[in-house]
Design a protein around this ligand. Structure first.
Ligand code: SF4
Ligand code: SF4
Length: 79
């Protein structure tokens, strides 16, 4: 994902290997690994950029898509 999302990053602890790649990639310092290896998110710092999702090698962190229901005209442009 390259566009900013309003989804909140969700961490799957069962998949996370505690590699720290997302911590290093996060531009706002919202992610951290505790001394015991727990990955945590400071939501107030999160810019919803999805860089963490892009770098995670095992898909353990992701920003879910927002589902927007709208009407489209014949050209396919959102009304
Ligand atoms: S979405 Fe961006 S700002 Fe938020 S935790 Fe992930 S890398 Fe950091
Ligand atoms: S990049 Fe993925 S596996 Fe590595 S610490 Fe972050 S969520 Fe866990």
């Amino acid at each position: 994902m390259t566009a900013a999302s309003s989804g909140v990053p969700e961490i799957n602890p069962a998949l996370c290997t505690r590699c720290g790649d997302c911590v290093d990639a996060c531009p706002s310092g919202a992610l951290s690994l505790s001394p015991t290896g727990e990955l945590s998110l400071a939501l107030e710092r999160c810019a919803y950029c999805a860089d963490c999702e892009d770098v995670c090698p095992v898909g353990a962190i992701a920003l879910p898509f927002d589902i927007i229901i709208g009407r489209h005209d014949e050209q396919g442009d959102a009304a």
